[in-house]
Write a protein that binds this ligand. Structure first.
Ligand SMILES: [Fe+2]
Ligand SMILES: [Fe+2]
Length: 357
């Protein structure tokens, strides 16, 4: 073999990979009138690290997270910190959480974690807490109050009495459309904590709330849902600017309810379908959300992606970069008081679905 040609081919391949890479991370920029306060943070979500056996894990999910971590380390400007939005593991096991934590440990930034149902329902988050800290908390950063909630809890009876083993409980909650699942909720304990936490915050302070499930009701059958969403929203409404950023749905979604803007982030693992694609679904997908184009089943990373988030005067603008798809920008429109897709919001401007054959 001619070594020099071999090496040149390798370098060419590496260059093409770098050019083609649009990696599944989300850069969040908070922009203020006083630009010296601006800062960014990155958001990675829904890695679903899945153990096969021994030291084998599902390769696609590993690669999605490894690439997101690598890209986050290369960001300019450097983010002040990173959020992980939940579902680090697939079935909440120690090997999965350890492996996910090991991949995440390559990040060169402080990282905050959100609990996903796939992390939670094996041991109710006990091992996750040892690795990553409390399940709900708040902190202040450069004039913004950040709140993290565990929004994937459910009724105690379902959790503690219904299933003979912890493994079965985890499997029942892990399925997207398993009718044995139970609605997600924040629950009374955290709602009380949230109320006390918010009582101490000036109503003009911008709030950024991180949850795993949407803090709004979209489709109960797939748990694109939080049972006590209205109660959480009522606690957030008195604040002038509120942004809720959530994972779990693995797709672009956005909405506006009163003062609260909602934006979903995409997954590093795989895209979920939209609820309205399921004939039996009563979908409450926000009417303003223009769905992503459908994923190409032959392209492992299609419909996963990353987004830049600009929070101007307390309102979120997001630019989504999707694998093999057009860039999408969802910007808060002060005239209509809601986020809108800059290019595709109008009915007649929407992209026809991909044809699969
Ligand atoms: Fe997920
Ligand atoms: Fe989830």
């Amino acid at each position: 073999m001619n070594k020099s040609i071999h090496r040149r081919d390798f370098l060419k391949g590496a260059g093409a990979l770098a050019l083609a890479a649009s990696l599944p991370i989300n850069l969040v920029e908070l922009a203020f009138a006083d630009s010296s306060q601006n800062f960014t943070f990155a958001y990675i979500s829904d890695a679903h690290i899945q153990h096969i056996s021994g030291n084998k894990f599902v390769r696609n999910w590993d690669r999605g997270l490894i690439r997101a971590v690598a890209e986050t380390n290369l960001l300019t400007p450097k983010p002040d910190f990173v959020f992980f939005g939940g579902d680090l593991a697939q079935l909440g096991t120690k090997p999965e959480l350890d492996h996910g934590a090991e991949i995440m440990s390559s990040l060169r930034y402080k990282t905050h974690y959100v609990m996903g149902e796939h992390d939670y329902y094996l041991d109710m988050g006990e091992y996750w807490e040892k690795l990553f800290g409390p399940q709900y908390y708040s902190f202040d950063h450069k004039g913004v109050h950040f709140i993290v909630l565990n929004s994937v809890r459910t009724y105690d009876d379902w959790t503690y009495n219904r299933w003979p083993t912890a493994e079965q409980r985890m499997l029942e909650m892990a399925g997207l459309d398993n009718p044995n699942g139970s609605p997600f909720m924040v629950g009374e304990v955290q709602r009380k904590w949230l109320k006390e936490d918010l009582d101490k915050v000036d109503k003009k302070t911008p709030l950024v709330v991180l949850s795993h499930s949407p803090l709004q009701k979209i489709y109960k059958g797939w748990n694109f849902w939080t049972e006590d969403a209205e109660e959480i929203q009522a606690l957030l409404q008195p604040f002038a600017k509120v942004s809720v950023i959530y994972g779990h749905v693995h797709q672009i979604q956005y909405n506006q309810i009163g003062n609260i803007s909602f934006n979903a982030v995409m997954a590093t693992a795989w895209p979920w379908p939209y609820p309205q694609s399921y004939a039996q679904a009563e979908s409450l997908l926000p009417k303003m959300t223009v769905p992503m184009n459908r994923a190409d089943p032959f392209f492992e990373r299609d419909a996963t992606g990353w987004q830049f988030i600009n929070m101007n005067s307390g309102n979120v603008d997001m630019t989504f970069t999707l694998y093999n798809n057009a860039v999408r920008t969802v910007r808060y429109n002060p005239k209509t008081g809601r986020p809108e897709d800059v290019t595709y919001q109008a009915e007649d401007a929407r992209i026809p679905a991909q044809t699969h054959y």
